[in-house]
Design a binder for this molecule. Structure first.
Ligand code: AKG
Ligand code: FE2
Length: 325
């Protein structure tokens, strides 16, 4: 792997030790702008009038897909490397989407950052499948930055210290757990429960990292990275996405050739093991339909209407200019 490695030895070591690595300048500001150009129309808000910023955070639906290997080549190459090579990655996940996640903060929290332990939305990504230690559906948490993010400016909080705690829960429940970590067989398994499981883990931790950086930076994180939207005390516009990366096959923790991916190595380290002979998922791989999809469809229809209105107004303006000429 080393001859084609895009990650430096330091970056690899950082990922192994902390479960995350930041790829700086993985795409240009121009490329970022090409994705975010119509974001205010889509939101129906005015960038210069905070009174129109009526939601703290918006998980937007998507309209477009773009090829990450062209958009952010070094980040894409690093994703492949962390997952153990191109052969192991589901090729469809090469396409990122303009499903932007905007954090605008709100008046209540302006100027007063909420301490990480008290953030209410800690979670691990993957609300669309039953989770196992080796789940292939979400092999990395990826966060490309579409705006500059300064401290207290809306960066996602991450909690590397929680990876071993979540890995242990998954290891101890080979029957599978719901996206909110309820083991199969318990009453809440089929329900979209609260985030208490995750928030309690965050409360038991002391080390948190704010995902700050510059437009074009890409954070690559272990799939069991606990993370939470922050309060954005500065109320700077913060835009990211979270494109999932899937594998063709589940992770493996008993490779005869020892060719574990860096993600697998982090999982094994988190459990204090070199390998896990005999561990296997005992329940079925199952899809879960998250409630957020209904909301995303409603938002998409509203966005399309605002975009069409803008286009219509632009055409009318054009016609008026032509008629006056
Ligand atoms: O907005 C953020 O900082 C994080 C968003 C997130 O983690 C999610 O939508 O799953
Ligand atoms: Fe998330």
């Amino acid at each position: 792997m080393s001859s084609t490695s895009v990650l430096t030895p330091e970056e690899k070591e950082h990922f192994l030790k902390h479960g995350w690595v930041k790829i700086p300048k993985a795409f240009t500001k121009e490329k970022a702008d090409s994705i975010t150009a119509n974001v205010w129309t889509r939101l129906g808000m005015d960038p210069n009038d905070k009174s129109t910023w009526n939601r703290l955070r918006i998980n937007m639906p998507h309209h477009r897909e773009f090829d990450a290997s062209e958009f952010a080549p070094r980040a894409w190459a690093a994703i492949l490397e962390l997952c153990g090579g191109e052969d192991r990655v589901d090729p469809s996940t090469k396409y990122w989407r303009d499903a932007l996640i905007v954090n605008l903060g709100d008046e209540k929290h302006g100027g007063k950052p909420v301490p990480p332990k008290e953030l209410p939305e800690w979670h691990v990504d993957g609300d669309f499948f039953v989770h196992y230690l080796d789940s292939p559906e979400q092999a990395l948490l990826v966060t490309p930055l579409f705006t500059d993010i300064v401290p207290n400016g809306g960066g996602t909080y991450i909690c590397p210290e929680a990876i071993p705690k979540i890995a242990k829960h998954l290891h101890d429940h080979p029957e599978g757990v719901s996206p909110r970590m309820t083991p199969r067989g318990e009453p809440d398994f089929r329900e979209e429960k609260d985030l208490n499981f995750f928030c309690e883990i965050a409360k038991s931790c002391d080390n948190f990292v704010e995902a700050t950086g510059e437009v074009g930076d890409v954070y690559l994180m272990h799939p069991l990275m606990l993370h939470a939207p922050s309060s954005n005390a500065l109320r700077r516009v913060r835009i990211i996405t979270n494109p999932p990366v899937s594998l063709r096959e589940p992770h493996r923790f008993d490779r005869e050739d020892g060719n574990y991916s860096l993600v697998e190595q982090v999982t094994l380290r988190a459990l204090g093991k070199d390998k896990l002979p005999g561990w296997q998922a005992t329940g079925p791989r199952e899809r879960v339909v998250p409630k957020r999809l209904i909301e995303a469809e409603r938002m998409k229809q509203e966005e399309l209407k605002r975009l069409a209105d803008l286009e219509r107004k632009a055409k009318e303006g054009q016609q008026a200019v032509t008629a006056a000429a």
